[in-house]
Write a protein that binds this ligand. Structure first.
Ligand code: NDP
Ligand code: MG
Length: 403
């Protein structure tokens, strides 16, 4: 313990405090980020935190982290936020523009951990202002990948991947050129339905789908994981992030969630990123990049695991993965369409309006409809992506009303 404390002090001494903004501070990634920051012995200071609806929870995390500014997207929660911050000097604001103001507070790094396309505008605003982004919010890239990557290149800023698979791949890749990479493999735990029959999966309840064996996460990403839609979104995320086309992106089901991603090079070498399944590992990596901090994240103990298993994904039982891969291969506006339709479908499933197998079905129908009325162009800007996103949501909601 003594040694750990010394190591931590040494690590902190090497790095001046880094200022951080946390978008989505009350969520699962937000809370893990808060734990890393609170346990870092002053390696980080927090400029701003932002959340969606829960003003009381946002006030708690703002107090815990000593944030200067707390912004809530939903104005109805402002009274709770204000009350929770009473007696502090923490400034409070509410509304979507307040979340953007939080994203733009001067900082060294912005944790993008809002769930869904709600994160696109604030995360993009931070990127355009030249901030380094630790990106958990994969929907940003699925919805508007080309615009994000172009902006990152134009502002000369980094998008550091927090998603565990992409973080592992990022670390395993080193500074290899895309041409030196033969294949990138993302692993999938297989979720709670890994061994279930197609018929049983089709009838799964929200409770069963929310019962993830390896990870504790927010509801949207947990449902995505249960049907392997999450892996499809992640393949699209990897495509934009690493500039690698669909044919060089692969998925392996790996129930232990220990090997998160692999990079196979043209000379036959393979590197892999391993860690215990604990999001605090990639969060700490991104927040301190290119340095390393000491964390209390779970440690990997391979001997006690004994064996690691790998299998091919089953597209028949998990059609959502096929639908997502098809959207990437077709390209144009389809990843944007896929993302929007999936958000509506997951929400409808959680509200018990549709069954589990109808999630993939609804998303596929939205992609087919978009193709037939000519969403031909890849969205060039955030505005274009959000326009497609809005239209697809509208149409998906109308389909639900008829359902
Ligand atoms: P949660 O649902 O747990 O948290 C979402 C957060 O976003 C909450 O703080 C929520 O606040 C906030 N939020 C929602 N809408 C808005 C808005 N319009 N403006 C500001 N804040 C908003 O999600 P997770 O933490 O699980 O996931 C976050 C992102 O990270 C997702 O994109 C997910 O795919 C990705 N990810 C998550 C992993 C995990 O282990 N959890 C792993 C890898 C990636 P409130 O609750 O008040 O609405
Ligand atoms: Mg992931």
């Amino acid at each position: 313990m003594e040694q750990v404390t010394q190591l931590r002090k040494a690590a902190v001494a090497n790095v001046r405090p880094r200022s951080v903004v946390v978008l989505g501070a009350t969520g699962s990634i937000g809370q893990s980020t808060a734990e890393i920051i609170a346990g870092s012995d002053g390696a980080f200071t927090v400029q701003a935190v932002a959340g969606g609806r829960d003003g009381a929870a946002l006030a708690r995390v703002a107090r815990r982290l000593g944030a200067k500014f707390a912004a809530l997207s939903e104005p109805d929660g402002y009274a709770d936020l204000k009350e929770g911050l009473a007696g502090t000097a923490i400034e409070a604001a509410a509304g979507p523009e307040a979340v953007i103001a939080a994203a733009l507070q001067p900082s060294d790094i912005v944790m993008g951990a809002i769930a869904g396309a709600a994160g696109v505008a604030p995360t993009f605003a931070a990127l355009a202002a030249g901030r380094t982004i630790a990106l958990a919010n994969k929907e940003c890239l699925v919805c508007a990948g080309p615009a994000f990557m172009r902006q990152a290149a134009a502002s000369g800023t980094k998008l550091l991947p927090v998603d565990s698979e992409h973080n592992a791949i990022f670390q395993a890749m080193g500074d290899a050129e895309p041409a030196a990479i033969e294949m990138i493999t993302l692993t999938a735990s297989g979720g709670p339905f890994r061994t279930w029959t197609r018929e049983a999966i089709a009838k799964a309840t929200p409770e069963q789908a929310l019962n993830h064996p390896n990870w504790s996460m927010g509801p949207k990403v947990t449902i995505d994981s249960a049907g392997l839609m999450n892996k499809g979104l992640e393949i699209i995320e990897a495509h934009y992030l690493f500039g690698i086309e669909a044919a060089r992106l692969d998925v392996l089901v790996h129930a232990q969630s220990v090997v998160h991603g692999l990079v196979a090079f043209t000379d036959g070498s393979v590197t892999a990123g391993l860690a215990a399944p604990d999001m605090k590992v990639p969060i700490a990596h991104c927040l301190s990049h290119p340095n390393r901090i000491v964390t209390k994240a779970r440690r990997l103990d391979l001997a006690s695991l004994g064996q690691l298993t790998f299998e091919r994904p089953d597209f028949d039982r998990f059609p959502a993965l096929r639908v997502a891969l098809d959207a990437l291969r077709t390209g144009r506006g389809l990843p944007t369409v896929l993302n929007a339709a999936n958000e509506i479908a997951v929400d409808a499933f959680l509200k018990r309006l549709i069954s589990f197998h109808e999630i993939a079905q609804m998303v596929e129908e939205a992609c087919e409809a978009a193709l037939s009325d000519g969403v031909a162009r890849e969205p060039d800007s955030i505005a274009e992506a959000l326009a497609i996103d809005g239209a697809v949501r509208e149409r998906a909601r109308a389909a639900l009303r008829r359902h």
